[in-house]
Write a protein that binds this ligand. Structure first.
Ligand SMILES: Cc1cc2nc3c(=O)[nH]c(=O)nc-3n(C[C@H](O)[C@H](O)[C@H](O)COP(=O)(O)OP(=O)(O)OC[C@H]3O[C@@H](n4cnc5c(N)ncnc54)[C@H](O)[C@@H]3O)c2cc1C
Length: 449
């Protein structure tokens, strides 16, 4: 029997547990695998209020959901209409407004949204009781003295039995990662204030703000700052005000305005004073504000293979959320690692070699994801945002359809520069229109009374 410990009952750890379930005593009378998930949260509901919305992608998140046989449950909460997306700037000018993916492309390119909380419910609901050990914080992973197995040191000081395989799915600040590498996440340069807007908090502005976001998301970027609004399953909006700043700036906001949403909103209005009133209204209408600094591992992060221990999800390739790929890349890790473990059982192949191969392919695959994320982050918060960001999308879209703009004959066609020129022209028109409108109606920045 292969004895596996998974640290972390996040979406990635749970996907792996679900995929391996058919080989455990919960599904068969001749089990070949035993799984224990160690989770520091004390219960399944500890963090169910946390999190925004995630879009799952066909070859990664959605493929994992299908492999888990959870498509029907997932579909009850998935919002295909949530793919509506707009990219705007501080002048309120929208460069791209995609209402829905054309029907002919849906099978391969659909990216339905699901609230993170609902995704967790779907995964938790299909994980039999007893597999997850709640309230078990892993402090350290230690190699057992006698063999290649690993034990976990828990928060209360106790040490578990040795496991054949420890899978680190314990997220950004993984303790399992420490057994494999000294590399730690570093500050990404981006600070974030997040909140919620609903009918109650927005009052008379609700309809207008709600229409700006539509059924999906509205992303606006200018001069190192962004505002993002995303529709949640209950109709409310998750809001993010992200900025390229030092953590000390965020710390001073925290110190000055702790637990005082109105004071924080006044500070944000000052930060966004050159944005159109339509966007400033988002600040005034928001509630339940909280701050965070975003961290990331270096692009192409990798570690030396060691027998009996492996990382998946954010613990292996933490990146900022600016490509919407984190959970997808992690669920694909779970899918590929489960396939490797399955092969070792069914075809009697060497598990250690299969895991080394899995790691290599994960490093190659997630390097691309991390590069895209870094490119988006740089484009979103650049001085000329959103022009470079939108121009880069041309390359990403081309790749979806099998073209690499940096290779072959197509690399001679200056598609990105042409796109940048088009977006610059559109943006200049938007800026001039705004100046004229402001002058005509005597527009002033909004204030919080
Ligand atoms: C603001 C924001 C927006 C995002 N938006 C998107 C998006 O739109 N699309 C997308 O694909 N991704 C998005 N992401 C990224 C996505 O949320 C992560 O990539 C994903 O949650 C990673 O899953 P995971 O299971 O690897 O880690 P996590 O979700 O972090 O789960 C780790 C689990 O391990 C547990 N744990 C941690 N430490 C220990 C320990 N020492 N012992 C035991 N248990 C432990 C935690 O409690 C948690 O349950 C976003 C992230 C952020 C911050």
């Amino acid at each position: 029997m292969l004895d596996i410990a998974i640290t972390g009952a996040g979406p990635v750890g749970l996907t792996l547990a679900r995929l391996l379930l058919p080989y455990t005593s919960h599904s068969t009378s001749t089990p070949t695998i035993s799984i224990t998930v160690f989770e520091k949260d004390t219960s399944p509901t500890s963090r169910l209020s946390v999190g925004g919305t995630l879009d799952l992608h066909p070859k990664t998140g959605l493929a994992a959901i299908q492999a888990c046989n959870l498509w029907d449950e997932f579909s009850k909460h998935a919002r295909f209409e949530g793919e509506e997306i707009q990219f705007c700037d501080r002048n309120g000018f929208c460069y791209i407004h995609q209402i829905e993916i054309p029907k002919t492309l849906q099978a391969d390119h659909a990216r339905p949204e699901i609230d993170r909380v609902r995704l967790m419910e779907v995964l938790l609901g299909s994980t039999p009781e007893g597999i997850i050990q709640w309230g078990k914080q892993v402090k350290e992973v230690k190699r057992a003295e006698s063999d290649d197995k690993w034990s976990l040191v828990l928060g209360d000081g106790s040490v578990t039995k040795p496991f054949d395989l420890v899978v680190g799915a314990d997220g950004a600040w993984s303790k399992v990662r420490k057994a494999l590498t000294d590399v730690e996440p570093s500050f990404s340069g981006i600070c974030s204030v997040s909140g919620t807007i609903d009918q109650d908090s927005a009052g008379a502005s609700w309809e207008h703000i709600s229409n700006m976001v539509g059924k999906g998301s509205n992303f606006a970027f200018s001069y190192g700052k962004s505002m993002v609004g995303q529709r949640m399953g209950d109709g409310s909006l998750k809001i993010g005000f992200d900025q390229k700043r030092e953590p000390a700036w965020l710390q001073s906001l925290d110190e000055k305005y702790k637990s005082d949403d109105d004071a924080l909103k006044r500070a944000l209005l000052e930060e966004y004073k050159d944005w159109v009133p339509e966007f400033q209204r988002w600040i005034i209408a928001s509630k339940q504000l909280w701050t965070s600094s975003l961290y990331e591992l270096p692009v192409g992060h990798r570690y030396e293979h060691q027998k009996g221990i492996v990382l998946i999800g954010d613990s292996a390739h933490l990146a900022t959320p600016f490509a919407g790929e984190g959970v997808n890349a992690g669920m694909r890790d779970a899918l590929d690692l489960a396939a490797a473990i399955e092969s070792s059982i069914k075809e009697n192949q060497d598990l250690d070699q299969l895991i080394a191969d899995f790691e290599e392919s994960m490093f190659v695959r997630t390097k691309v994801v991390m590069q895209d994320t870094m490119m988006n982050k740089d484009g979103m918060f650049a001085h000329d945002a959103p022009y470079s960001l939108l121009a880069n999308f041309v390359g990403v879209a081309a790749r979806e359809f099998g073209y690499d703009l940096d290779k072959g004959w197509i690399s001679w066609v200056p598609l990105r520069s042409a796109a940048r020129g088009v977006f610059w022209t559109m943006g200049s028109y938007g800026a001039v229109s705004r100046r004229v409108k402001d002058a005509l109606i005597g527009q002033k920045p909004l204030r919080l009374e």
